[in-house]
Ligand binder design. Structure first.
Ligand code: F0G
Length: 352
Protein backbone atom coordinates (compact mmCIF):
# COMPACT_ATOMS: atom_id res chain seq x y z
CA UNK A 1 0.00 0.00 0.00
CA UNK A 2 1.28 3.46 -0.87
CA UNK A 3 2.14 5.90 1.88
CA UNK A 4 1.53 8.92 -0.35
CA UNK A 5 -0.40 11.67 1.42
CA UNK A 6 -3.66 11.59 -0.57
CA UNK A 7 -5.00 15.16 -0.23
CA UNK A 8 -7.95 16.22 1.88
CA UNK A 9 -10.82 14.51 0.02
CA UNK A 10 -9.40 11.05 0.52
CA UNK A 11 -8.12 11.84 4.00
CA UNK A 12 -11.48 13.19 5.20
CA UNK A 13 -13.66 11.01 3.02
CA UNK A 14 -16.52 10.84 5.55
CA UNK A 15 -17.00 14.63 5.37
CA UNK A 16 -16.29 15.15 1.67
CA UNK A 17 -18.31 12.63 -0.33
CA UNK A 18 -17.79 12.60 -4.11
CA UNK A 19 -17.56 9.97 -6.87
CA UNK A 20 -14.06 8.48 -6.98
CA UNK A 21 -13.72 9.23 -10.71
CA UNK A 22 -14.37 12.92 -10.08
CA UNK A 23 -11.71 13.46 -7.42
CA UNK A 24 -9.15 16.04 -8.46
CA UNK A 25 -6.30 16.68 -6.06
CA UNK A 26 -2.95 18.40 -5.99
CA UNK A 27 -2.34 16.76 -2.58
CA UNK A 28 -3.37 19.93 -0.78
CA UNK A 29 -3.60 20.15 3.02
CA UNK A 30 -1.38 18.57 5.67
CA UNK A 31 0.26 21.97 6.21
CA UNK A 32 2.49 22.54 9.23
CA UNK A 33 1.38 24.18 12.45
CA UNK A 34 4.50 26.16 13.22
CA UNK A 35 5.32 27.59 16.64
CA UNK A 36 6.37 31.22 16.75
CA UNK A 37 9.65 31.46 18.63
CA UNK A 38 11.42 34.76 18.05
CA UNK A 39 8.37 36.85 17.15
CA UNK A 40 6.55 35.67 20.28
CA UNK A 41 9.64 36.44 22.38
CA UNK A 42 10.27 39.82 20.78
CA UNK A 43 6.75 41.00 21.55
CA UNK A 44 6.80 39.32 24.99
CA UNK A 45 3.62 37.44 24.20
CA UNK A 46 2.36 35.50 27.21
CA UNK A 47 0.77 32.89 24.94
CA UNK A 48 1.83 29.91 22.90
CA UNK A 49 1.39 31.14 19.34
CA UNK A 50 1.15 28.79 16.35
CA UNK A 51 0.94 29.70 12.69
CA UNK A 52 -0.95 27.44 10.30
CA UNK A 53 1.18 27.76 7.18
CA UNK A 54 -1.44 27.71 4.46
CA UNK A 55 0.96 29.27 1.97
CA UNK A 56 2.52 25.82 1.75
CA UNK A 57 -0.45 24.44 -0.14
CA UNK A 58 0.24 23.54 -3.80
CA UNK A 59 -0.87 26.87 -5.29
CA UNK A 60 0.40 28.80 -2.28
CA UNK A 61 -2.85 29.52 -0.42
CA UNK A 62 -5.64 27.95 1.64
CA UNK A 63 -7.94 28.14 -1.38
CA UNK A 64 -6.67 24.73 -2.51
CA UNK A 65 -8.61 23.03 0.30
CA UNK A 66 -11.87 24.42 -0.98
CA UNK A 67 -11.00 24.12 -4.64
CA UNK A 68 -10.15 20.41 -4.62
CA UNK A 69 -13.69 19.70 -3.42
CA UNK A 70 -15.51 22.39 -5.43
CA UNK A 71 -13.90 21.32 -8.71
CA UNK A 72 -14.45 17.62 -7.94
CA UNK A 73 -18.14 18.27 -7.28
CA UNK A 74 -18.39 20.42 -10.42
CA UNK A 75 -16.97 17.52 -12.44
CA UNK A 76 -19.36 15.09 -10.78
CA UNK A 77 -22.24 17.40 -11.76
CA UNK A 78 -20.94 17.31 -15.39
CA UNK A 79 -20.07 20.97 -15.46
CA UNK A 80 -17.76 21.99 -18.28
CA UNK A 81 -16.15 24.97 -16.66
CA UNK A 82 -15.57 26.63 -13.33
CA UNK A 83 -15.91 30.37 -12.92
CA UNK A 84 -14.91 32.75 -10.14
CA UNK A 85 -14.27 36.34 -9.22
CA UNK A 86 -11.09 36.79 -7.28
CA UNK A 87 -8.60 39.03 -5.56
CA UNK A 88 -6.07 36.51 -6.92
CA UNK A 89 -5.75 33.36 -4.85
CA UNK A 90 -9.11 31.83 -5.70
CA UNK A 91 -8.37 32.34 -9.39
CA UNK A 92 -4.93 30.71 -9.07
CA UNK A 93 -6.43 27.68 -7.34
CA UNK A 94 -9.42 27.42 -9.70
CA UNK A 95 -7.08 27.54 -12.70
CA UNK A 96 -4.75 24.87 -11.33
CA UNK A 97 -7.46 22.39 -10.29
CA UNK A 98 -9.37 22.90 -13.53
CA UNK A 99 -6.15 22.20 -15.46
CA UNK A 100 -5.57 19.00 -13.51
CA UNK A 101 -9.14 17.89 -14.21
CA UNK A 102 -9.14 18.91 -17.87
CA UNK A 103 -11.89 21.48 -17.32
CA UNK A 104 -12.04 25.12 -18.34
CA UNK A 105 -11.49 27.90 -15.83
CA UNK A 106 -12.89 31.38 -16.31
CA UNK A 107 -11.62 33.98 -13.86
CA UNK A 108 -12.64 37.59 -13.38
CA UNK A 109 -10.30 39.83 -11.41
CA UNK A 110 -10.21 43.56 -10.62
CA UNK A 111 -8.03 45.26 -13.21
CA UNK A 112 -4.56 46.15 -11.91
CA UNK A 113 -5.53 45.24 -8.36
CA UNK A 114 -4.22 41.73 -7.87
CA UNK A 115 -0.71 40.61 -6.98
CA UNK A 116 1.36 39.69 -10.00
CA UNK A 117 2.24 36.20 -8.78
CA UNK A 118 -1.43 35.31 -8.61
CA UNK A 119 -2.22 36.67 -12.04
CA UNK A 120 0.72 34.70 -13.47
CA UNK A 121 -0.65 31.51 -11.89
CA UNK A 122 -4.08 31.88 -13.46
CA UNK A 123 -2.46 32.62 -16.81
CA UNK A 124 0.06 29.77 -16.86
CA UNK A 125 -2.57 27.22 -15.82
CA UNK A 126 -4.50 28.20 -18.91
CA UNK A 127 -7.49 29.98 -17.41
CA UNK A 128 -9.40 32.51 -19.46
CA UNK A 129 -8.60 35.66 -17.54
CA UNK A 130 -10.83 38.74 -17.57
CA UNK A 131 -9.97 41.98 -15.82
CA UNK A 132 -13.00 43.93 -14.78
CA UNK A 133 -12.90 47.72 -14.77
CA UNK A 134 -13.86 47.82 -11.13
CA UNK A 135 -13.22 46.16 -7.80
CA UNK A 136 -13.65 42.60 -6.48
CA UNK A 137 -17.24 43.21 -5.36
CA UNK A 138 -18.18 44.19 -8.90
CA UNK A 139 -16.32 41.18 -10.32
CA UNK A 140 -18.37 38.94 -8.02
CA UNK A 141 -21.62 40.50 -9.27
CA UNK A 142 -20.52 39.77 -12.84
CA UNK A 143 -19.83 36.07 -12.26
CA UNK A 144 -23.00 35.59 -10.20
CA UNK A 145 -24.98 36.53 -13.31
CA UNK A 146 -23.50 33.51 -15.08
CA UNK A 147 -23.96 31.09 -12.21
CA UNK A 148 -27.44 30.02 -13.37
CA UNK A 149 -25.92 28.44 -16.47
CA UNK A 150 -25.72 24.64 -15.88
CA UNK A 151 -22.57 24.35 -17.98
CA UNK A 152 -20.55 26.40 -15.52
CA UNK A 153 -20.05 26.11 -11.77
CA UNK A 154 -19.35 29.13 -9.60
CA UNK A 155 -16.44 28.31 -7.27
CA UNK A 156 -16.40 31.39 -5.05
CA UNK A 157 -17.00 30.77 -1.37
CA UNK A 158 -20.77 31.06 -1.85
CA UNK A 159 -20.35 27.54 -3.27
CA UNK A 160 -20.92 25.34 -0.17
CA UNK A 161 -18.38 22.75 -1.33
CA UNK A 162 -15.60 25.33 -1.04
CA UNK A 163 -16.29 25.85 2.64
CA UNK A 164 -16.66 22.11 3.29
CA UNK A 165 -13.14 21.58 1.93
CA UNK A 166 -11.76 24.49 3.93
CA UNK A 167 -13.05 22.96 7.18
CA UNK A 168 -10.15 20.52 6.88
CA UNK A 169 -7.70 23.16 8.16
CA UNK A 170 -9.54 23.17 11.50
CA UNK A 171 -9.41 19.34 11.57
CA UNK A 172 -5.64 19.47 11.12
CA UNK A 173 -5.20 22.03 13.90
CA UNK A 174 -7.11 19.80 16.31
CA UNK A 175 -5.03 16.81 15.21
CA UNK A 176 -1.80 18.76 15.76
CA UNK A 177 -2.72 20.17 19.17
CA UNK A 178 -4.80 17.26 20.44
CA UNK A 179 -7.58 19.77 21.16
CA UNK A 180 -8.93 23.07 19.87
CA UNK A 181 -6.90 26.23 20.66
CA UNK A 182 -8.21 28.90 23.05
CA UNK A 183 -8.33 31.47 20.24
CA UNK A 184 -8.12 31.27 16.49
CA UNK A 185 -7.02 34.41 14.61
CA UNK A 186 -7.75 34.72 10.90
CA UNK A 187 -7.86 37.40 8.20
CA UNK A 188 -11.33 38.17 6.86
CA UNK A 189 -12.14 39.16 3.28
CA UNK A 190 -15.23 37.52 1.85
CA UNK A 191 -15.57 35.78 5.24
CA UNK A 192 -15.70 32.25 3.85
CA UNK A 193 -12.67 30.93 5.68
CA UNK A 194 -13.68 32.07 9.16
CA UNK A 195 -17.03 30.39 8.54
CA UNK A 196 -15.35 27.18 7.39
CA UNK A 197 -12.98 26.98 10.37
CA UNK A 198 -15.80 27.46 12.82
CA UNK A 199 -17.86 24.73 11.17
CA UNK A 200 -14.82 22.45 11.21
CA UNK A 201 -14.12 22.99 14.90
CA UNK A 202 -17.81 22.47 15.70
CA UNK A 203 -18.00 19.26 13.71
CA UNK A 204 -15.13 17.75 15.68
CA UNK A 205 -16.54 19.06 18.94
CA UNK A 206 -19.88 17.39 18.26
CA UNK A 207 -18.04 14.15 17.54
CA UNK A 208 -16.12 14.43 20.80
CA UNK A 209 -12.77 14.87 19.03
CA UNK A 210 -12.03 18.13 20.83
CA UNK A 211 -13.13 19.12 24.31
CA UNK A 212 -13.47 22.85 23.75
CA UNK A 213 -14.13 25.38 20.99
CA UNK A 214 -11.93 28.38 20.17
CA UNK A 215 -13.01 31.99 20.28
CA UNK A 216 -12.82 33.10 16.65
CA UNK A 217 -11.06 36.43 16.10
CA UNK A 218 -11.33 37.77 12.55
CA UNK A 219 -9.41 40.75 11.19
CA UNK A 220 -10.24 42.98 8.27
CA UNK A 221 -7.97 45.69 6.88
CA UNK A 222 -9.05 49.12 8.18
CA UNK A 223 -9.58 50.47 4.64
CA UNK A 224 -11.76 47.48 3.75
CA UNK A 225 -13.64 46.76 6.94
CA UNK A 226 -17.37 46.64 6.11
CA UNK A 227 -18.18 44.12 8.82
CA UNK A 228 -16.53 46.24 11.49
CA UNK A 229 -18.15 49.44 10.21
CA UNK A 230 -21.55 47.82 9.74
CA UNK A 231 -22.00 48.98 6.16
CA UNK A 232 -20.53 48.14 2.72
CA UNK A 233 -17.40 50.03 1.68
CA UNK A 234 -17.73 51.37 -1.84
CA UNK A 235 -14.05 51.83 -2.62
CA UNK A 236 -12.14 49.44 -0.36
CA UNK A 237 -8.46 50.24 -0.13
CA UNK A 238 -5.60 48.40 1.58
CA UNK A 239 -2.10 47.15 0.84
CA UNK A 240 -3.47 43.67 1.57
CA UNK A 241 -4.99 43.22 -1.89
CA UNK A 242 -6.31 39.72 -1.10
CA UNK A 243 -8.78 41.16 1.41
CA UNK A 244 -9.63 44.36 -0.45
CA UNK A 245 -13.35 43.60 -0.29
CA UNK A 246 -16.14 46.05 0.48
CA UNK A 247 -19.20 43.81 0.54
CA UNK A 248 -18.37 40.28 1.73
CA UNK A 249 -20.48 37.39 0.43
CA UNK A 250 -20.48 35.63 3.82
CA UNK A 251 -21.01 38.79 5.88
CA UNK A 252 -23.86 37.53 8.08
CA UNK A 253 -22.14 34.27 8.74
CA UNK A 254 -19.00 36.08 9.96
CA UNK A 255 -21.16 37.93 12.48
CA UNK A 256 -22.76 34.65 13.55
CA UNK A 257 -19.33 33.05 14.03
CA UNK A 258 -18.11 35.96 16.15
CA UNK A 259 -21.26 35.82 18.31
CA UNK A 260 -21.48 32.04 18.65
CA UNK A 261 -17.79 31.60 19.47
CA UNK A 262 -17.68 34.55 21.86
CA UNK A 263 -15.11 36.11 19.54
CA UNK A 264 -15.13 39.24 17.40
CA UNK A 265 -14.35 40.83 14.04
CA UNK A 266 -12.01 43.82 14.26
CA UNK A 267 -9.72 45.84 12.00
CA UNK A 268 -5.99 46.47 11.70
CA UNK A 269 -4.55 49.27 9.59
CA UNK A 270 -2.00 48.91 6.81
CA UNK A 271 0.85 50.00 9.03
CA UNK A 272 0.02 47.29 11.56
CA UNK A 273 -0.33 44.74 8.75
CA UNK A 274 3.03 45.62 7.19
CA UNK A 275 4.79 45.67 10.53
CA UNK A 276 3.52 42.13 11.30
CA UNK A 277 4.41 41.06 7.73
CA UNK A 278 8.03 42.13 8.22
CA UNK A 279 8.18 40.76 11.75
CA UNK A 280 7.15 37.20 10.90
CA UNK A 281 9.59 37.14 7.97
CA UNK A 282 12.49 38.62 9.93
CA UNK A 283 11.93 36.98 13.32
CA UNK A 284 10.39 33.62 12.48
CA UNK A 285 11.68 33.07 8.93
CA UNK A 286 8.28 32.72 7.32
CA UNK A 287 7.25 34.78 4.31
CA UNK A 288 3.48 35.29 4.10
CA UNK A 289 1.49 37.69 2.00
CA UNK A 290 0.26 40.99 3.49
CA UNK A 291 -3.36 39.83 3.90
CA UNK A 292 -2.15 36.86 5.93
CA UNK A 293 -0.23 39.16 8.26
CA UNK A 294 -3.53 40.80 9.25
CA UNK A 295 -4.10 37.89 11.60
CA UNK A 296 -0.67 38.35 13.25
CA UNK A 297 -1.25 42.09 13.45
CA UNK A 298 -4.47 41.21 15.24
CA UNK A 299 -2.65 39.04 17.77
CA UNK A 300 -0.11 41.80 18.46
CA UNK A 301 -2.82 44.43 18.81
CA UNK A 302 -4.81 42.33 21.27
CA UNK A 303 -1.66 41.41 23.23
CA UNK A 304 -0.87 45.10 23.66
CA UNK A 305 -4.30 45.58 25.20
CA UNK A 306 -3.63 42.79 27.72
CA UNK A 307 -6.24 40.54 26.14
CA UNK A 308 -4.47 37.21 26.69
CA UNK A 309 -3.76 35.20 29.80
CA UNK A 310 -0.50 33.40 30.37
CA UNK A 311 -0.17 30.07 28.65
CA UNK A 312 -3.22 30.37 26.41
CA UNK A 313 -2.97 28.57 23.08
CA UNK A 314 -3.49 30.80 20.06
CA UNK A 315 -3.50 29.64 16.45
CA UNK A 316 -3.29 32.00 13.56
CA UNK A 317 -3.91 31.21 9.89
CA UNK A 318 -1.27 32.52 7.51
CA UNK A 319 -3.45 32.23 4.46
CA UNK A 320 -1.07 32.74 1.53
CA UNK A 321 2.60 32.67 0.56
CA UNK A 322 4.64 35.86 0.40
CA UNK A 323 6.11 35.04 -3.01
CA UNK A 324 2.74 35.77 -4.54
CA UNK A 325 3.30 39.46 -3.99
CA UNK A 326 7.03 40.19 -4.30
CA UNK A 327 6.39 43.88 -5.11
CA UNK A 328 5.34 44.57 -1.53
CA UNK A 329 8.32 42.69 -0.08
CA UNK A 330 10.69 44.75 -2.17
CA UNK A 331 8.93 48.01 -1.24
CA UNK A 332 9.18 47.07 2.42
CA UNK A 333 12.93 46.34 2.37
CA UNK A 334 16.09 48.38 1.95
CA UNK A 335 17.35 48.28 -1.65
CA UNK A 336 20.33 45.99 -2.42
CA UNK A 337 23.70 47.79 -2.51
CA UNK A 338 25.53 47.69 -5.86
CA UNK A 339 29.25 46.89 -5.57
CA UNK A 340 32.31 46.27 -7.75
CA UNK A 341 33.04 42.53 -8.16
CA UNK A 342 35.76 42.49 -5.48
CA UNK A 343 35.84 41.13 -1.92
CA UNK A 344 37.23 44.44 -0.65
CA UNK A 345 34.25 46.30 -2.10
CA UNK A 346 31.89 43.98 -0.23
CA UNK A 347 33.86 44.23 2.99
CA UNK A 348 33.58 48.01 2.93
CA UNK A 349 29.84 47.69 3.43
CA UNK A 350 29.89 45.07 6.17
CA UNK A 351 29.95 45.59 9.89
CA UNK A 352 31.83 42.39 10.75
N1 F0G B 1 -6.04 35.74 2.91
C1 F0G B 1 -5.79 35.56 1.61
C2 F0G B 1 -4.37 35.39 1.20
C3 F0G B 1 -6.84 35.52 0.68
O1 F0G B 1 -6.57 35.33 -0.61
C4 F0G B 1 -8.17 35.71 1.12
C5 F0G B 1 -9.28 35.73 0.19
C6 F0G B 1 -8.38 35.88 2.50
C7 F0G B 1 -7.30 35.89 3.35
C8 F0G B 1 -9.73 36.07 3.07
O2 F0G B 1 -10.46 34.88 3.06
O3 F0G B 1 -12.40 35.62 1.75
O4 F0G B 1 -12.48 33.51 3.05
O5 F0G B 1 -12.47 35.71 4.21
N2 F0G B 1 -9.16 35.75 -1.06
C9 F0G B 1 -10.25 35.65 -2.02
C10 F0G B 1 -9.70 35.44 -3.42
C11 F0G B 1 -11.26 36.69 -1.91
O6 F0G B 1 -10.37 35.79 -4.40
O7 F0G B 1 -8.61 34.89 -3.56
P1 F0G B 1 -12.05 34.93 3.01
Amino acid sequence: MSNLYPGIIRKYRQYLPVAEASIVTLHEGNTPLFESVRLAKHYKLPIKLYFKLEGLNPTGSFKDRGMTYAVSKAHEARSQAVICASTGNTSAAAAAYAARMGMKAIVVVPQGKIALGKLSQAQIHGAQVFQVKGNFDQALEVVKELAENPKVTLVNSINPHRLMGQESAAFEIVESLGDAPDFHFIPVGNAGNITAYWRGFNRLHQEGKCKSLPKMCGFQAAGAAPIVLGHPVKNPDTVASAIRIGNPANWQSALDVARDSDGFIAAVDDEEILSAYRAVAQLDGYFCEPASAASIAGVLKMAKQGFFQKGQIVTCTLTGHGLKDPDIAIQQSPPPVVIEPKGAALLEHLKL
